[in-house]
Design a protein around this ligand. Structure first.
Ligand SMILES: *Cc1c(COP(=O)(O)O)cnc(C)c1O
Length: 377
C-alpha cells in the first residue's frame, strides 16, 4: 500500500543552503502511522498470525510504534493491547484515538489492570509512568494471556532486518539514477531506521566493494553512542528483557524532557554498536534547538513537516552540505526522513515561543548511571 517509499532530491534545500552537494532523503512518513515503524509492525503481525496467535501486547511512549502496530494488527485481524506511558496518553489524546480507530485497546501505564502496575501505583501514587513500567505491564499481560506475545519496535536484530527494506529501496533508486552516495545519515534512537537504511551500503563497505561515510545522529540529551559505555545491559528499564551488548547510558537513565520521544532510549542496537566500535560508522549528538531550527528550515523549503526525531538527521545533512559549500566539494548526501511531526506540535510551539531547553547531562551524572550497569563476567 505504501511502498516503495519515495527517495526525493532536496533541490529546494540545496538551493536555500547554496551548496554544491546533492541531497537526497528517503521519506518514510507517507503512511497513516506517520513513520518507518510500520515496516516492522507489518512483519511482526504477519508472523504472529502465521504462528496462530490471537494477539500481541506492547508499550508505546511517543506513540508511533503503538500506532504502527495497531494498523498492522487490524490488517491481519489480530488483537493489539497497547500500554501507553500515562503522560503521553494524557498529552497526546489524538495518537490514542488513532490507535483505537484501528481497534487496539490503549491502557495508560501504570494501570490497575496488572500486578506490576498496581505495585508501582502503590509505591508511587500519582506517577505519570515510564517506558520501563509500560514494558513490564505489557510483558505481564503477554505471559499471562494464552495466545499472546509481547513485541518490540526497535533495537532488536529482527527489527533492523525488517527495516532493511528502507536501504534496499534507497540503493535500487540510487542505482537507477546513476548516483553513488558519499555520506549516509540517519537519526538513531534504538537504531532500527539507521540500521535498515545502511544495510546494503554497509554490506558493500564490509566486502570492500565501495566506501561510504555513515553518520548516526542522536540527541545531546540522550547520547548513548557518543558518550555511553560499550557493555552488557538490560534493553528495558523494567529489567525483564535479556541483556544485550551495546552502547548504553544504563537502563535506568532517564533523559531530560526532550521532544524527540523516539530517540529517548538508553541503549543502541547491538549491530550498530558493534559497527561503531569497529570504526565503520561515525556518531554525533545535536542540541534540541539546533534540531528544530533545521526542521523549520526543511519544512519551509521542502514542504514536509518533519518529526523531531527525523530532524536530527536533517540537522546533520544540512551541516554536511554547508561543509561542502566551504570546500566546494560536490558530495552526494543521503539521509533518512523517518516520519512526520503532526502529533508533535506542542514541541514546535515550545520552539516558536522560545521555551525549549537544551539540557545536556554532565559527565558526573553519566558516570553515576554507568556505575550501576549489571556486572557480567
Ligand atoms: C521511533 C522513531 C525513531 C527512532 O527509532 P529507531 O529505532 O532508532 O529508528 C526515529 N524517527 C521516528 C519518526 C520514530 O518514530
Amino acid at each position: 500500500m505504501y511502498r516503495p517509499s519515495p527517495l526525493v532530491r532536496a533541490y529546494f534545500l540545496e538551493k536555500k543552503l547554496g551548496t554544491p552537494a546533492k541531497i537526497y532523503y528517503k521519506f518514510e512518513g507517507n503512511n497513516t502511522s506517520g513513520s518507518h515503524k510500520l515496516n516492522s509492525a507489518i512483519a511482526q503481525a504477519y508472523y504472529a498470525k502465521k504462528q496462530g496467535l490471537k494477539g500481541v501486547t506492547t508499550e508505546t511512549g511517543a506513540g508511533q510504534w503503538g500506532t504502527a502496530l495497531s494498523m498492522a494488527c487490524s490488517y491481519f485481524d489480530l488483537d493489539c493491547k497497547v500500554f501507553m506511558v500515562k503522560v503521553s496518553y494524557e498529552q497526546k489524546p489524538f495518537r490514542r484515538e488513532v490507535m483505537r480507530t484501528y481497534g487496539a485497546s490503549v491502557t495508560p501505564s501504570p494501570s490497575t489492570t496488572t500486578n506490576i502496575g498496581k505495585a508501582i501505583l502503590e509505591k508511587h501514587p500519582g506517577t505519570t509512568g515510564s517506558l520501563g513500567c509500560a514494558i513490564s505491564e505489557a510483558v505481564e499481560v503477554a505471559v499471562g494471556t494464552e495466545g499472546y506475545r509481547y513485541v518490540l519496535g526497535s533495537v532488536l536484530n529482527q527489527v533492523l532486518l525488517h527495516q532493511s527494506v528502507i536501504g534496499l529501496e534507497t540503493k535500487a533508486a540510487l542505482d537507477k539514477l546513476g548516483e553513488k552516495a558519499d555520506i549516509i545519515i540517519g537519526c538513531a534512537g534504538g537504531g532500527s531506521n539507521l540500521g535498515g537504511l545502511i544495510s546494503p551500503f554497509m554490506g558493500e563497505k564490509l566486502r570492500g566493494e565501495a566506501d561510504y561515510r555513515i553518520i548516526a545522529v542522536e540527541p545531546a540529551s540522550c547520547p548513548s553512542l557518543t558518550r555511553g559505555v560499550y557493555a552488557y545491559d538490560f534493553c528495558d528499564t523494567g529489567m525483564v528483557c535479556p541483556l544485550a551488548k551495546m552502547y548504553t547510558l544504563g537502563s535506568d537513565f532517564i533523559p531530560s524532557a526532550n521532544h524527540a520521544g523516539g530517540l529517548r532510549y538508553h541503549g543502541m542496537s547491538s549491530i550498530l554498536s558493534q559497527l561503531y566500535d569497529d570504526g565503520l560508522m561515525e556518531a554525533r549528538s545535536v542540541k534540541q534547538t539546533d534540531v528544530f531550527e533545521a526542521a523549520e528550515m526543511f519544512a519551509r523549503v521542502e514542504g514536509i513537516l518533519p518529526a523531531p526525531e527525523s530532524s536530527h538527521a536533517i540537522r546533520a545533512a544540512i551541516d554536511e552540505a554547508l561543509k561542502c559549500k566551504e570546500t566546494g566539494e560536490e558530495k552526494t548526501i543521503v539521509f533518512g526522513l523517518t516520519g512526520t511531526g503532526y502529533f508533535d506540535m506542542v514541541a514546535y510551539e515550545k520552539f516558536h515561543d522560545g521555551d525549549m531547553n537544551d539540557y545536556i547531562p554532565t559527565d558526573a551524572e553519566l558516570a553515576e548511571y554507568a556505575a550501576k550497569l549489571p556486572k557480567v563476567d
